[in-house]
Design a protein around this ligand. Structure first.
Ligand code: GLN
Ligand code: ZN
Length: 761
């Protein structure tokens, strides 16, 4: 994104018609050059290219291999507009010279267990693949070469690309069965890279850390045999895995024996080292990921060097590469921009640019001996010690409260069946109640007011007045639209996690620590450095004020303990379950305070609950589900029966997760579903899920306005899986990234469609 989110700013300006395409392209070029230089200056000997993307790197590959669904091609958009159309949908009325465009985005899903989202390859029966003219990886390789830097292009591997894809709507193709169609285009690309001067490429096959179906496992052999057959006509391959271990798939290693190097994540799974070393083919190089690509803590040099030395002992120095555990996409740009963090704390962190240096220092320590980097090693030891002994990290009062949690604190007073009757009598809602997920557009005025307040240009009272006006406006809009359960709109929140972090102890915040979430959307995760507690109520004032503006029920809005944890950079010195429990206790107090303030519907968002699920089935996953569910229940179970607890999730793949959802004991769930196959909801029907549920009826990640008829059809589909009295009608997620005109129009269509059903039932 750039140290200052230059890419976000340029992309959004282009979308808004305020920047020419040439300028957007130029911004990309400038950023790539800057990022190559950072790696070079840090002393990294292998520098990546093709890791830049205008939207998402998987989406780039959809275009690269011409797997663009027909519905995007028929408008003859420019390449970059086609890319954005797939990423975020496109809707334009006809003009005198152009036809109308109306096409929704492709499905976007979480990238493994991260908060990054990729666009899913969406494939057809008999899908063909051809290499795009002027392929991006070749173009960007040559661009770097012109600047005097020979890079290693990064590609999504053929097996992972297909495995992460899905059949298009109404199709039943098994993506992995398309391998033979994909391979010729893939090999053609590799040949072009070689001809351009690339001696090595990195091919990412992260699916190797997952539990794979046999068909995917079997695909590695023909895929890598075909690449091997191309011999010296293609670059040497480093096959990269990350975010997990490959031990359970070690039987695939013989199929990838022809690649020159294999990269594994030794931060997440250091214990896989021996097995991987034992499984390498003769001469095969180990790329050892010892610098954390997913968190912001300084690498413990002593530990990392020991790991590398162990590998060197087994393989020889020429067969070991020092690397980050994964790409640095998930870490902020540089610590150099952070002027406000306490000096004590800043010394504990390493962001992307600093991590590049860490890699070089570790390699030098092993190659040239520790004395060659003595000053760096000593400073690192001092920093590790400072963190372990700091008063910031330990709060005895928090630990004391954790030790006194009782079993009753995890349980509501009565079971759901009893509660819901009381809640319905109390709330008196119509059939198919309509609501939203919490936030309304975060307008420019809101951002400006927040900035002014931050800089001290307006007083706290003035800012509070401003927020009150915003709440008035949002409540009025909702009343005019005819929504049933209202929200206050979250105008006071910069971000759903940061806002809570700012009101809790144990957190620190960056000024520029942005990471990409999807497309141009960035988040700035707060950092958990110590024990967490809630000194004062966080949301009660705004929610209570909102209740005074309407007779309709007002929903209180909180971010749940797991999401607060997952969307922060967590501590790595205590288990995440301990941090989640501390957050749960803080939020429990907030839930009880909201109830006391007269708010009888409280939504505790857990969009990150599923994302945190360990990637593989088994004991680790079951343990996670246990502590995550306990944290949610601890935060919500302190209320009376008549108080309705809602929760919200941003995903819809429940197959491996359903029991966890049911165990939360929430009264009403809202889930993201508008872009997925409604069949995914079958699990609810199969389990005779008795609670109330609002599967999102339209996609909020796109500015496109869903026609009423489209929403009507969606509701009709939902009624195949749910009883009418169970169903809530709501968008997919919060509306903060949208503008007001499309928000009004979309919600109005949603309410229109709902009324058609109320008339029928
Ligand atoms: N209440 C939050 C909002 O509406 C939920 C966002 C989310 O699930 N990501 O913005
Ligand atoms: Zn959501």
């Amino acid at each position: 994104m750039g140290g200052n989110r230059e890419l976000k700013k340029a992309t959004e300006a282009y979308w808004g018609g305020k920047l020419k395409v040439e300028n957007l392209v130029e911004t990309g070029k400038t950023l790539r050059a800057a990022h190559w230089k950072i790696q070079k200056d840090a002393g990294a000997s292998i520098i990546a290219s093709n890791d830049f993307s205008f939207y998402d790197h998987v989406l780039d590959h959809i275009q690269l291999f011409s797997a663009v669904p027909e519905r995007y091609k028929k408008y003859n958009l420019s390449q970059i507009d086609e890319l954005f159309a797939m990423g975020r949908g496109r809707q334009r009325p006809a003009t005198e010279t152009t036809q109308a465009v109306d096409v929704p985005a492709l499905e976007m899903v979480k990238w493994f267990d991260s908060n990054y989202h990729y666009v899913r390859p969406t494939l057809q029966e008999n899908q063909t693949f051809t290499l795009a003219a002027d392929p991006k990886p070749v173009r960007e390789f040559l661009e770097a070469k012109e600047q005097g830097i020979i890079t290693r292009p990064v590609l999504v591997g053929p097996v992972s690309f297909l495995h992460l894809g899905k059949p298009d709507r109404g199709q039943s193709v098994e993506p992995i069965s398309l391998l033979n169609n994909l391979l010729p285009a893939y090999i053609e690309l590799l040949k072009k890279l070689k001809a351009a001067g690339a001696d090595t490429v990195q091919i990412d096959e992260p699916v190797l850390v997952l539990d794979l179906p046999q068909s995917t496992k079997d695909a590695f052999k023909p895929a890598y045999a075909a690449l091997a057959a191309a011999g010296a006509a293609i670059p040497a391959i480093t096959l990269a895995t990350y975010f997990g271990d490959v031990v359970h798939n070690i039987d695939i290693f013989p199929s990838i024996a022809s690649v020159s190097a294999i990269h594994v994540d030794l931060v997440r799974n250091p214990e896989q080292l021996d097995t991987v070393i034992g499984a390498l083919a003769p001469g095969q190089i180990l790329s050892a990921g010892v610098v954390d690509g997913r968190n912001i803590w300084k690498t413990n040099y002593q530990k990392a060097i020991a790991t590398i030395q162990k590998a060197v002992q087994a393989l020889g120095a020429d067969r070991v590469v020092v690397a980050t555990s994964s790409s640095l996409l998930h870490t902020p740009h540089t610590l150099a921009s952070e002027k406000k963090l306490p000096a004590e704390v800043i010394d504990w962190f390493a962001f992307a640019s600093e991590k590049a240096k860490e890699v070089a220092i570790i390699a030098k320590a092993v190659t040239d001996g520790p004395e060659s980097v003595r000053a760096e090693l000593d400073a690192n030891t001092a920093s590790m010690k400072s963190r372990a002994t700091s008063a910031r990290t330990n709060d005895p009062a928090v630990k004391e409260r954790q030790s006194k949690i009782t079993p009753e604190q995890y349980n509501r007073l009565s079971p759901f069946k009893t509660r819901i009757t009381g809640q319905q009598a109390h709330l008196n809602l119509p059939l198919f109640p309509t609501t939203t997920i919490g936030s309304f557009p975060q307008t420019k005025e809101i951002r400006v007011a927040r900035q002014k307040f931050g800089k001290g240009e307006i007083t706290a009272e003035q800012y509070e007045e401003f927020i009150k006006k915003e709440i008035q406006l949002v409540v009025k809009e909702q009343e005019d639209l005819g929504l049933d359960v209202l929200v206050h709109g979250e105008p006071e929140r910069n971000d759903m996690v940061q806002y809570f972090g700012e009101h809790l102890t144990g957190y620190v915040f960056t000024n520029f620590g942005w990471v990409q979430s999807y497309g141009s959307r960035c988040v700035r995760p707060p950092i958990v450095v110590g024990d967490i507690s809630r000194p004062l109520p966080i949301t009660v004032k705004e929610s209570k004020y909102a209740t005074t503006l309407t007779k309709k029920p007002m929903k209180g809005m909180l971010t749940g303990p797991i999401t607060c944890l997952r969307w922060s950079f967590p501590r790595d010195d205590v288990h995440q379950s301990v941090q989640a429990e501390q957050l749960a206790l803080a939020l429990r107090d907030e839930v009880i305070d909201l109830e006391a303030a007269g708010i009888h519907i409280i939504q505790v968002d857990e969009p990150a609950l599923r994302e945190g699920l360990p990637l593989r089935a088994g004991t680790e996953r079951e343990a996670y589900i246990k502590w995550a569910v306990k944290a949610f229940r601890l935060s919500t179970a302190g209320v009376q029966d008549n108080t309705q607890i809602h929760s919200h999730f941003c995903y819809s793949e429940f197959q491996d997760f359903f029991h966890a959802i049911a165990a939360l004991d929430a009264d009403v769930l809202s889930i993201e579903n508008s872009k997925s196959d409604a069949k995914l909801l079958r699990v609810f029907e199969d389990a005779a899920y008795p609670r109330h549920i609002g599967p999102g009826v339209y996609d909020i990640h796109s500015p496109r306005i869903p026609p009423q008829q489209e929403i009507h059809e969606r509701i009709e589909e939902l009624l195949k899986w749910f009883k009418p009295e169970q169903l809530w009608i709501n968008p997919d997620c919060g509306l903060k990234t949208r503008q007001w005109p499309e928000t009004r129009a979309s919600l109005s269509n949603m309410i229109g469609a709902t009324k058609e059903f109320r008339a029928k039932y």
